[in-house]
Write a protein that binds this ligand. Structure first.
Ligand code: PLP
Length: 227
């Protein structure tokens, strides 16, 4: 077994134990392998080990890898900051976008998504710990933005994404994730048909799964430290 194959097996086991601890079905949690700043050859190894969903943060880098890996059936997720002049390539090349934080970007993706492709899945990014340094909207802005985005053609609002403030303490990690889970439940009550909680990274995936994560975004634990 190569390292990436072994790391993936370890991560799947971690997801399995966290899911059973929370009395959840591990199949309800999608593993997104975050391959930013890692070569296409690493993605190839993960693919050979059964991984199908990959997350990228930088558009040019992602497009380059997509070209190299053209023959593979990968679901590509964009998880980086989006500049409005980059939306067309994102709308054409990706299956998911996790980091919508304004209507303008959602509208552009909606208009630019080719009609020949399936709807683009999108999540709204929430600045769950209200950090100045982080992207994402405040929870108070969510009901209005979600209603506007869910009315747009070409894209489908799937749910919410957050990157909480880094915390070592498990119970503090739980608090941030619980707020995001509550916000999704409120959207569902508002009548918005969404199902995705994109939360949990290498350092906090257990807490995220305990609070209902349906998609964990894991980089370091699969591909090793980034330079
Ligand atoms: C880099 C990144 C990850 C992966 O982080 P790790 O700590 O390496 O698992 C997840 N989500 C986003 C948005 C990222 O930018």
């Amino acid at each position: 077994m190569n390292n990436i194959e072994k790391n993936l097996a370890d991560i799947r086991a971690r997801i399995g134990s966290a899911a059973s601890a929370a009395e959840r079905d591990a199949d309800s949690i999608l593993l997104l392998a975050v391959s930013k700043r890692k070569p296409a050859s690493d993605i190839h190894l993960a693919y050979a080990a059964g991984q199908r969903d990959f997350g990228e943060n930088y558009l040019q880098e992602a497009l380059q890898k997509m070209q190299e890996l053209e023959e593979l059936e990968i679901n590509w997720h964009f998880i980086g900051a989006i500049q409005s002049n980059k939306t067309r390539s994102i709308a054409e090349a990706f299956d998911w976008v996790h980091c919508i934080d304004r209507l303008k970007i959602a509208k552009r993706l909606s208009e630019q998504r080719p009609a020949t492709l399936a709807l683009l899945n999108v999540c709204i990014q929430i600045n769950i710990d209200q950090e100045d340094s982080k992207a994402g909207i405040d929870l108070t802005e969510l009901p209005e933005l979600a209603a506007e985005i869910s009315a747009l053609p070409g894209i489908r609002l799937r749910g919410l994404m957050a990157i909480p403030a880094p915390r070592e303490d498990y119970s503090q990690q739980l608090e941030s994730f619980a707020r995001l889970a509550d916000a999704l439940a409120e959207l569902q009550q508002q009548g918005i048909d969404c199902d995705t909680l994109s939360m949990g990274m290498t350092q906090d995936m257990e807490a995220a799964i305990a609070k209902g994560s349906t998609l964990v975004r894991i980089g370091t634990a699969i591909f090793g430290e980034r330079l």
